[in-house]
Design a protein around this ligand. Structure first.
Ligand SMILES: Cc1cc2nc3c(=O)[nH]c(=O)nc-3n(C[C@H](O)[C@H](O)[C@H](O)COP(=O)(O)O)c2cc1C
Length: 388
């Protein structure tokens, strides 16, 4: 089983991630991990924090001479801002700085529910971990999974399809997504320049008015073989597992597989992907891909399409009403340096989550201790599928 864990606080020493179960001999590039970390920090609408941090991974176990060796991969990403917080959040003692307590919980954050649950009057201890800074670790893990998936010709990319009311009105091609992935400057990671400008204008309004906006990102996975996941039980269905992975992301409140929202409005005759057979090439193909590459919780060989629906960022420069935990009086919610819109970054995190779930499903089906063994199992299965 491929499993990962993350640890670390937003203003702590570092973010940590471990990934256990990758086969031995998977080629690993640290530069590719750093590239993904960089992509997570981009996008118009980010706050001051992302200007402080330039995330770089340190792989401290599990990879030697640029390949995995089968042991758990452990990674650290240091927080540059730690030097300003070591006195505020020391591991031992009180420190001699202001503890920056958060006693005015912010609506839409874990501040109040977490404070009550963990019995703290200072929501600082809650928000430090609830923060989406945690997704740095996920992206590092996802970057390893992407490198593993690439060995099987599987690619995972994303783009932004909506920011507030500004929406992309057409589909994006794989080539366009590859173009976005190699860009050195990221505005909103949208394939259409005119739509991207409209998205920027929505964020400009939020900047001016002390507000925030959400949106929708789409993750596409190409090259996924037919037969990952299974219809046999609720927790083996790959659509459900992808949905859980996407909604586990901070601020993601909805998920869409294929064109689900459109399908809910249509008649059945309009939404199923018809089945065809090419007798010369001896292979099945589909008339469309509205299912987003998944039927009955099983991959069907078409590209996988998953969207994440983000609510607007919860911390507002024009704070909403709250209650002070110490005085119990009404007050404006706390303000902590904050992003205004994060849809492109969320897309990068979504890619990581999809890559992790696909790598897990692939290893469940073809698992081996070495890449060679896994590839052998994969090749035999592909041969079986060809002869079906
Ligand atoms: C990439 C990314 C960056 C985020 N940055 C912020 C931020 O700067 N300020 C903020 O209030 N929320 C931010 N959020 C959202 C919060 O982390 C999230 O809303 C909060 O943890 C509560 O969780 P929930 O919205 O999933 O219920 C961000 C989310 C993502 C995905």
């Amino acid at each position: 089983m491929l499993r990962f864990e993350t640890a670390g606080e937003s203003h702590g020493e570092c973010l940590v991630a471990t990934l256990t179960g990758l086969p031995a001999s998977v080629p690993i590039s640290v530069a590719q991990v750093n590239r993904e970390l960089w992509r997570r920090q981009q996008g118009f609408g980010r706050g001051g924090r992302m200007k402080i941090e330039t995330d770089q991974v340190e792989i401290v176990s599990g990879v030697r001479h640029s390949i995995t060796i089968g042991s758990p991969v452990a990674m650290i990403i240091r927080n540059k801002d730690w030097k300003n917080w070591s006195n505020i959040l020391p591991v031992e003692g009180e420190g001699d700085g202001d503890r920056k307590p958060v006693t005015k919980p912010r609506p839409g954050h874990a501040d109040l529910a977490g404070g009550i649950k963990y019995d703290f009057m200072d929501a600082r201890y809650i928000l430090e971990r609830a923060s989406a800074r945690e997704t740095t670790s996920r992206v590092a893990v996802g970057a390893l999974c992407k490198q593993f998936l690439a060995q099987f010709g599987i690619g995972v990319l994303s783009h932004v399809v909506q920011v507030g009311t500004a929406q992309l009105e057409r589909e994006a091609t794989w080539q366009e997504l590859e173009g976005l992935h190699s860009r050195e400057e990221v505005l909103l990671n949208c394939v259409d320049g005119e739509t991207e400008q409209r998205m920027k204008e929505v964020i400009d309004v939020a900047y001016r008015t002390g507000d925030t906006v959400g949106g929708v990102f789409e993750v596409v996975a190409r090259g996924v073989p037919v037969g990952l996941g299974s219809h046999i039980a609720w927790d083996t269905r790959l659509d459900g597992r992808l949905a859980q992975a996407i909604v586990s992301m901070q601020a993601v409140k909805g998920v869409e597989v294929g064109s689900a929202r459109e399908q809910a409005r249509e008649y059945g005759s309009k939404v199923q992907d018809t089945i065809h057979y090419d007798k010369e090439e001896k292979r099945f193909h589909r008339g469309s891909n509205k299912a987003g590459g998944l039927e009955g919780g099983i991959t069907n060989g078409s590209d996988i399409y998953v969207r994440g629906l983000l609510k607007p960022i919860s911390t507002l420069r024009r704070p909403l009403e709250s209650v002070d935990l110490t005085t119990r009086e009404s007050t404006a919610a706390a303000y902590e340096r904050s992003d205004i819109a994060v849809v492109p970054a969320a897309g990068v995190i979504g890619e990581a989550m999809v890559a992790i779930v696909l790598a897990q499903a692939l290893l469940e089906k073809f698992g081996g201790d070495s890449l060679r063994e896994t590839k052998r199992n994969y090749d035999h299965y592909i041969e079986q599928v060809r002869n079906y």
